[in-house]
Ligand binder design. Structure first.
Ligand code: FES
Length: 152
């Protein structure tokens, strides 16, 4: 083998040995999980043994006034009940009229649809039409300092 060919092969071998390292460095870190007090370790993409997904912290909920996320395949918004701050509501923000995304207004204490004006109570019940069906709701709870939602 000529010297030039040998160097080319060695160079290609060295470069190909780096490819798995580069791929691993660019992959998401799947080892990041959240420990929930009294519950098995879980991640945002997998439920615990009771079917609850950890979606964030109580501090996030209180700082932002809401947590928006996706649980399984559903969009979910979690808020505190304005009438009882110890209680939470979790609703799917897809308007039941034609599917626009409703927005939570802490000041008005309701979800409002920007498309045709439907309003929904914190628990998802219809306050004003044209929507005539409540927002989909989910079980939600606090465990330790984490907020958990059960997909249905
Ligand atoms: S899509 Fe919400 S009121 Fe029409």
């Amino acid at each position: 083998m000529k010297r030039r060919s040998l160097l080319t092969w060695l160079g290609l071998g060295w470069i190909s040995s780096l490819i798995p390292v580069a791929i691993a460095a660019c992959s998401p870190d799947k080892s990041k999980t959240t420990s929930v007090q009294g519950s098995p370790t879980t991640s945002a993409n997998s439920p615990n043994a009771e079917g609850f997904y950890t979606i964030g912290t109580v501090a996030q909920l209180d700082n932002l006034g809401q947590i928006q996320t996706t649980v399984a395949t559903d969009k979910v918004v979690v808020i505190r009940d304005p009438a009882n701050p110890n209680a939470l509501f979790a609703v799917n923000p897809s308007c039941t009229h034609r599917g626009c995304t409703v927005a939570w207004s802490k000041a008005e204490k309701q979800f409002a649809c920007p498309c045709h004006g439907s309003d929904f109570a914190p628990d998802g019940k219809v306050l004003s039409k044209p929507a005539n069906k409540s927002l989909k709701t989910y079980q939600v709870k606090i465990a330790g300092d984490m907020v958990l939602v059960k997909a249905t």
